[in-house]
Design a protein around this ligand. Structure first.
Ligand SMILES: *Cc1c(COP(=O)(O)O)cnc(C)c1O
Length: 386
């Protein structure tokens, strides 16, 4: 068998070695605590599960769903955008239902990228836009996120030659892995940049509802006229502990939504309508209180872990959003070396920053998505590291 050449463009998986060491430690009987993966540990709120049980009985939902998503779900997403961000989007032409935002981001690249096209990819980053650019035969150009700018990129530093050839700029705020946040002033600059170069701004807002201490993430669509040049990806995964359900949506540019739809109608047949209906219920009925409860859990875990890291001599900043801590490795280590050391000495898995691109060197990421008592145990072991 000969597989496609394009697969050779995907670099080796950077967590593979760490995963091997973790499994070895577990086999030796070490009580390993994995803070490497960003997948909420808490269950989906019971009312959403109950709603799905009801929706599952609707015979009409046992047939193929509508390609672009059911009208009800797209309407619920549009109403949420209005309520939460004050943004008007037309549910029919500007909203697409997704089988999770990962699916949408990947297919958005296929709708934009011809061989040789440049995609401007912020880094360190969730790897999906970069990997699909490679699979499309495109050229990812790294736009570094800078610590001294609060993990925002310097858009003026993007080489003109790259901007000229680019089809899209990929951003993600609140950011995984850095936990950086963007304000509306930055989004205004990003929209102006994309308008100037006639490229699409693809904004991944998966963590829009994971904020603390009164922080509320803005939508890029709050910038007047942004829907001409931007599309934003939202997800129920992190907001409602629904990663396994696979449900999200894209909203913004009608032209981008249509292009994405062309790829999707030829690829998948949409998420099960019963899941969309349960998602509509979550968006319509379980707003602020449920979300606030989840935020409170992460905020408390954040404080526990930041204190433990500081005790261990790590300069841990307390983020205003996401369930990640992004910390510099202590002097004398690189990212992989420090992650290996923490696993060997504390039995705790942390993600080396290089897993999110070369720009992540010198950092590690901790995910707060383990139950409280395990997080406290991990914190206690880490605080004894020094
Ligand atoms: C978790 C995550 C997503 C994926 O969300 P799904 O809707 O579950 O596919 C997208 N982007 C980032 C940055 C994430 O961390």
């Amino acid at each position: 068998m000969r597989t496609a050449q394009r697969l050779t463009r995907i670099p080796p998986y950077l967590f593979a070695e760490l995963g091997r060491r973790r499994d070895e430690a577990i086999a030796r009987g070490v009580d390993v605590i994995d803070l490497g993966v960003g997948d909420p540990d808490r269950p989906t709120p019971a009312p959403i599960v109950a709603q799905l049980a009801e929706e599952a009985k609707v015979a009409g939902y046992h047939r193929y769903p509508a390609y672009e998503g059911g009208g009800e779900f797209r309407g619920a997403a549009a109403a949420y955008m209005k309520r939460r961000f004050g943004v008007e989007v037309d549910a029919r032409s500007q909203v697409m239902a997704l089988i999770g935002s990962k699916e949408g981001l990947a297919h958005m690249v296929w709708a934009l990228c011809d061989p040789g096209d440049v995609m401007l990819c912020a880094e360190p980053a969730y790897p999906v836009p970069r990997m699909h650019t490679l699979l499309c035969g495109g050229e990812p150009v790294t736009v570094p996120l800078l610590a001294e700018r609060g993990w925002l990129p310097d858009l003026d530093a993007i080489p003109e030659a790259a901007a000229r050839r680019a089809k899209a700029l990929f951003l993600n705020y609140p950011n995984n892995p850095t936990a950086g946040v963007a304000d509306l002033a930055f989004f205004e600059r990003a929209v102006a940049f994309c308008r100037r170069w006639d490229i699409l701004l693809v904004h991944d807002a998966a963590y829009a509802e994971v904020g603390f201490d009164g922080y509320r993430a803005p939508s890029v669509l709050e910038v007047p006229g942004a829907a001409d040049v931007a599309i934003e990806f939202h997800s129920l995964s992190k907001t409602f502990n629904m990663t396994g359900w696979r449900l999200g949506w894209a909203a913004g540019s009608a032209e981008a939504a249509r292009a994405l739809g062309t790829i999707k109608t030829n690829t998948d047949s949409g998420q099960w309508t019963a899941i969309q209906a349960a998602g509509s219920f979550a968006l319509n009925k379980l707003g602020p209180e449920t979300i606030a409860e989840t935020q409170a859990v992460y905020r408390q875990r954040r404080d526990v872990m930041v204190a433990a890291l500081r005790a261990a001599g790590v300069e841990a900043a307390a983020p205003r959003a996401t369930f990640y801590l992004w910390c510099p490795v202590p002097a004398g280590y690189d990212s992989a070396g420090f992650a290996a050391e923490v696993l060997a000495k504390a039995g705790v898995v942390v993600a080396p920053g290089t897993g999110y691109g070369a720009c992540g060197e010198g950092y590690f990421r901790i995910s707060l998505t383990v139950p409280d008592e395990r997080l406290r145990e991990a914190a206690a072991r880490i605080s004894r590291l020094r």
